[in-house]
Design a protein around this ligand. Structure first.
Ligand SMILES: *Cc1c(COP(=O)(O)O)cnc(C)c1O
Length: 400
């Protein structure tokens, strides 16, 4: 099938895309408009936790769309109640607000923290509203989420920023302590910085943050939009450190490919009053029905253990690849991993891998000296081996 450049040029430019149109997806595989197949290690940017077009999403969409699509957020609906129950039964949180994107869930977290800081004022009787976030962090693309993010250049593109976000250094507890003022209300971080290049917060750092925030009466917010829903081996990545945060946001994997996100809080922190938070599509039954189907699959006996096992296998094989080709190692948690290249050859590898014949390999290079792997959580060992072999060929063909 041909596609017309004329029609493509009607889309706003937001990123540089290869001249392909994808028309079908099945598990770890995508097919383009010319019928060429690709082994997909992006999976919608760590979104498709059960791969492309899994049966359970298809079934949930078909069944729920036939039954009830939109009663409005003014009324309860069954799937959103069931998904809230599943998420709270399997985490340290008590209350859920559903959203449509990670950035929107994070906006909700900022609002909830500011509201809590109004209820829990400082000694001088003032509202607290400052949130400490981290260099290189990524929290989304609304103006407030960009202000919270520590991405280079983001402080000026759409200036002025939303005030009240201060950036500390990941895994450096003193840098956090230094930023605490009598206006501080929360500390917010990704348990593994995804867009920054898969940089894990250490277990010790997560624990030190929990201790510090408790001592200073601050909220601890985890942005698990990328790390949550089994991606790191436990259902939520905060569980790897054995701590209990106050607020968590989810996105990406929670919908397995459909727009769904969530804001979760402990009971004492869930201080919104009627009218303070909402949204037309929030918690709609079609998306939350998909969320229920996904959550049930992730919670099935043995599933999360299989993610841990495959994560350990991918880690070990990436290290071997790194040794073989003289690269700089690997890091990550579960099935969110990065290969450190030691030189700026990431974009070259991505292009070469995509252009392989007879089928291509889709990879992501969030930084030029790094490749990030975000397979579906039900990826097979054969599909991991296939990717590793293709990647090794590409590295050899580039002279590494
Ligand atoms: C992707 C991502 C977001 C933004 O989610 P959107 O659905 O694109 O708005 C926020 N935080 C983290 C950690 C992410 O990886």
């Amino acid at each position: 099938m041909e596609f017309s450049q004329y029609a493509v040029d009607k889309l706003m430019v937001i990123t540089n895309r290869p001249p392909l149109v994808f028309v079908e997806g099945d598990g770890m595989w995508l097919t383009d408009n010319n019928g060429k197949r690709y082994l997909d290690y992006l999976q919608g940017w760590a979104v498709n936790c059960l791969g492309h077009s899994p049966q359970c999403i298809h079934d949930a969409l078909a069944a729920q769309s036939k039954k009830l699509i939109n009663p409005s957020p003014a009324f309860y609906n069954e799937p959103s109640i069931e998904l809230a129950r599943l998420l709270t039964d399997n985490s340290c949180f008590d209350r859920v607000f559903f959203a449509n994107s990670g950035a929107e869930a994070n906006e909700g977290a900022f609002k909830l923290a500011r509201k809590w800081g109004k209820v829990n004022k400082n000694a001088a009787g003032e509202n607290r509203y400052e949130i400490i976030t981290f260099d290189h962090s990524f929290h989304g693309r609304t103006i407030a989420a960009m202000s919270a993010s520590g991405k280079a250049g983001w402080d000026t593109i759409f200036a002025p920023q939303v005030p009240g976000f201060h950036k500390a250094v990941l895994n450096d507890i003193a840098s956090v302590e230094k930023l605490i003022t009598d206006k501080t209300v929360a500390v917010m971080l990704e348990p593994v910085q995804g867009e920054a290049g898969v940089i894990p917060a250490t277990r010790e750092f997560m624990q030190a943050l929990r201790t510090l925030t408790k001592e200073r009466n601050l909220l601890l917010i985890v942005d698990e939009v990328q790390t949550g829903m089994g991606r790191c081996g436990d259902l939520f990545a905060y569980q790897l450190s054995g701590i209990e945060p106050d607020i968590m946001t989810l996105g990406k994997g929670i919908g397995g490919g459909v727009p769904l996100a969530a804001l979760l809080a402990r009971e004492e922190v869930a201080v919104f009053e009627a009218g303070e938070q909402g949204g037309t599509y929030n918690g709609n039954p079609v998306m939350t029905a998909v969320g229920v189907a996904i959550a049930r699959e992730l919670l099935a006996p043995g599933f999360l253990q299989s993610v841990k096992d495959k994560g350990a296998y991918l880690s070990q094989e990436l290290l071997k690849l790194s040794d073989k080709h003289g690269l700089a190692g690997e890091r990550g948690e579960g099935l969110l991993r990065a290969l450190q290249l030691g030189k700026d050859i990431g974009p070259q590898i991505v292009d070469r891998a995509r252009d392989l014949e007879p089928f291509g390999l889709l990879l992501n290079s969030p930084r030029p000296d790094l490749l990030r792997f975000m397979p579906s959580l039900n990826v097979s060992k054969e599909e991991l081996d296939q990717m590793l072999a293709l990647l090794s060929d590409v590295l050899t063909s580039l002279g590494h």
